[in-house]
Design a protein around this ligand. Structure first.
Ligand code: ZN
Length: 307
């Protein structure tokens, strides 16, 4: 089954300033690596559409969405929190980032792709129901999950998140909704330090201490995620694919390596094969050391192809 890669040139135009780590060069590094590795030839490329506002409104507060529209600048930067800014291209980039995940869901549900990777920015997993934060505007994967439920009639959708930061935004949106299972590994204590103690039955938070490596990560996935995923039997798996837990990434203090991302991807492929007809839609979240990011995405996509 085809592996789709969804992106858009607008995602390169969202720029929060020269020294901001969440920068256009991240996507350029991934693109370069895909070409150099030859993996590019195996991908089916799609341009991300602008998401329809009504689809966003199924997940985010309509007043919050209107506020994002209203604050989008014609020139310069507008800061929404201490580290999240909009330039004149940011709104379109954010609409395409969420639109990519929705398109990915449509592709796998139509059988036009088995696996999808959305090489998009801004990321999404910190964006809450009515709050932009942590470089994120809209909760791309949660939007995709609710699209799968509302438009495709799915009854069980899993979201897994291996970004080094806790996906507080995804959790804020899905906690308590038993149609969704949210499994997350993250460094703790660490940013964003909210929601990590969530008690909702459909949230599986597996915190890892600073310094944890692939052995501890794999143990957390094996013991905490996989049994819950098997029991839930998702009809679709969405992935918040952040690669900032890599040991080369100094954004945080975990020590994963490329092969850990391949390993977790294979485990997700196995679950998808068991309950979801192989369907996985993965979306880029963090990952700021460009070489490690690009290699880790390559490992992630190669594991998809090996499925
Ligand atoms: Zn992160």
């Amino acid at each position: 089954m085809a592996l789709a890669y969804i992106s858009h040139p607008d995602c390169m135009l969202h720029d929060m300033g020269r020294h901001h780590p969440e920068r256009p060069a991240r996507l350029a590094a991934i693109n370069d690596r895909l070409i150099a590795s030859g993996l590019e030839l195996a991908l089916h490329h799609y341009n991300a559409p602008l998401i329809e506002r009504s689809v966003l409104e199924a997940v985010h507060d309509p007043e919050y969405i209107a506020d994002i529209w209203a604050r989008a600048p014609a020139e310069g930067l507008v800061w929404l929190d201490g580290d999240t800014a909009m330039n004149k291209h940011s709104l379109k980039a954010a609409l395409r980032a969420a639109g990519a995940v929705v398109m990915g869901v449509d592709l796998v549900m139509a059988g036009q792709a088995g696996k999808v990777f959305c090489g998009v920015r801004p990321p999404g997993h910190h964006a809450e129901h009515n709050k932009a934060m942590g470089f994120c505007f809209f909760s791309n994967v949660a939007v995709g999950a609710y699209h799968a439920i509302n438009s495709h009639g799915l009854k069980r959708v899993a979201i897994v998140d291996f970004d080094v930061h806790h996906g507080n935004g995804t959790e804020d949106i899905v906690a308590g909704d038993e149609r969704l299972l949210f499994c997350s590994t993250f460094q703790h204590p660490f940013y964003p330090n909210r929601g990590f103690d969530c008690r909702a039955a459909n949230v599986v938070n597996a915190p890892l201490p600073a310094g944890a490596d692939g052995r501890e990560f794999r143990q957390a996935v094996t013991e905490r995620w996989l049994p819950r995923l098997a029991e839930f039997a998702p009809e679709l798996i969405l992935v918040s694919a952040g690669f900032d837990a890599h040991q080369a990434d100094d954004m945080a203090g975990l020590n994963l390596v490329d092969s850990d991302y391949a390993w977790v991807t294979r485990r997700l492929c196995e679950q998808a094969q068991a309950s979801a007809e192989g369907r996985i839609v993965s979306a880029l979240e963090g990952g700021y050391e460009l070489h490690a990011l690009a290699r880790s995405v390559e490992a992630h996509l190669k594991a998809f192809l090996g499925d």
